[in-house]
Design a binder for this molecule. Structure first.
Ligand SMILES: *Cc1c(COP(=O)(O)O)cnc(C)c1O
Length: 376
């Protein structure tokens, strides 16, 4: 059996090696390392894939979030509502810009931000909502957009984990995750569903003015060459990374189908087991399974993970600490117990290997050992 990994980038690469190597070599031969034709092509390809007017490539997902907030002209003291159960980057940029992160709890089934809790957290200082499409399915965007319209707030989707997912509105209309709010952000970190071979990111919007402003912000706040009207940042997607992304974007839906097949296998193996709760599928979104995350019930999670490690099965905890209990983010506004769903999840979830290269033999081996442990 092939060695088990949380993400098997090597096997995936070997399958597309000819095209990837060619794409990289082409950039090297052209020496158009910055903003070359591969970047322009990727921008167009991504716009077409998502059905969005503007894609602004940038250096990583964290920058995408930061640039969005800079372009919206949010000012120190403005409140930005986000989830307490996410990767730190979401709250990090809010704090870096001296905005005030306002955290809200999540739904215990989908792990995504709870719209009722968002509405309760709104104050006269609230300017934006940052829903995170955690683990591969979208947050309840229709409810969130209704709340945003009612209170006149911006919505920035953190779509670093759900690129390619479809959201279905009540009237049956579909939109790609990341294209529903005013701005969408994604990351091309190697292990993401659409990953490059280094760092990369992008911002999406249908708003012409916002797009224009964000292109200025990512390029040192420069409107005309060497004339800087704003304080910006330097955030670019390298041409080599864009060349890699062009190859992988063409396969994104196939990759999502492979992840879904692995998730279905896991679901079936663990169905109705009293020790595990399989990830809930949100009816309004397809699931692209960035992670396959289970909730343990009356199981010693550490013992389970140690047992799996002894069988060379990797398992990870995304995420072990809620944002409000992270040392750097401790705040007198918050205390343990404030976000009971998030806190419960942080204590009970674990994720199994999830990627495009899992085969039946590996999946059988993983599920059998998880069940062996539970049924001891
Ligand atoms: C990965 C990730 C980010 C940050 O992306 P980078 O490219 O690593 O900066 C932000 N938010 C979420 C939810 C992520 O998963």
């Amino acid at each position: 059996m092939k060695k088990l990994q949380m993400v098997d980038l090597r096997s995936q690469y070997l399958d597309i090696k000819t095209e990837i190597d060619h794409g990289i070599q082409e950039v090297v031969d052209s020496c158009a390392f910055i903003n070359g034709p591969a970047v322009q092509a990727f921008q167009k390809n991504m716009e077409q894939y998502l059905g969005v007017k503007h894609v602004i490539p940038c250096a990583n997902g964290t920058d995408a979030l930061q640039v969005s907030m800079m372009a919206l002209n949010l000012l120190p003291g403005d409140e930005v509502i986000t989830t307490s159960f996410t990767f730190i980057a979401t709250a990090e940029v809010i704090a870096l810009l001296k905005l005030t992160p306002v955290l809200v709890d999540v739904d215990p089934g989908t792990f995504n931000i709870n719209p009722a809790a968002i509405e309760r957290a709104i104050t006269p200082k609230t300017k934006a909502i940052v829903p995170v499409h955690l683990f591969g399915q979208t947050a309840p965007m229709e409810e969130i957009m209704e709340i945003a319209a009612k209170y006149n707030l911006y919505v920035i989707e953190d779509n670093c984990q759900a690129i390619g997912a479809d959201y279905v509105f009540a009237d049956g209309k579909k939109k790609k995750a990341g294209t529903i709010g005013h701005i969408g952000c994604t990351s091309f970190f190697p292990s993401k569903n659409l990953g490059c071979y280094g760092d990369g990111g992008a911002i999406f919007t249908n708003d012409d003015d916002l797009a224009k402003q964000m292109r200025v912000v990512v390029n040192h706040g420069m409107t005309v060459r060497y004339y800087h009207d704003y304080v910006g940042v330097n955030s670019r997607l390298d041409s080599i990374q864009a060349a890699i992304l062009n190859v992988k974007l063409a396969r994104l839906d196939t990759y999502a189908a492979k992840r879904l097949a692995a998730a279905d296998f896991y679901d079936k193996a663990f169905a109705n087991h009293p020790g595990l709760k399989t990830p809930e599928r949100y009816t309004r979104s397809t699931h692209v399974f960035h992670q396959y995350t289970l909730v343990t019930e009356k199981v010693d999670r550490k013992e389970l993970i140690d047992y799996l490690a002894s069988k060379e099965i990797p398992a990870m905890i995304y995420y072990p600490v809620p944002l409000h209990l992270q040392k750097a983010y401790l705040d007198p506004r918050y205390k343990p117990g404030d976000f009971p769903v998030t806190e419960h999840l942080c204590n009970t979830v674990f994720s199994l290997p999830m990627h495009t290269e899992l085969d039946q033999e590996q999946l059988t081996y993983i599920t059998q050992h998880v069940l062996n442990f539970l049924n001891r």
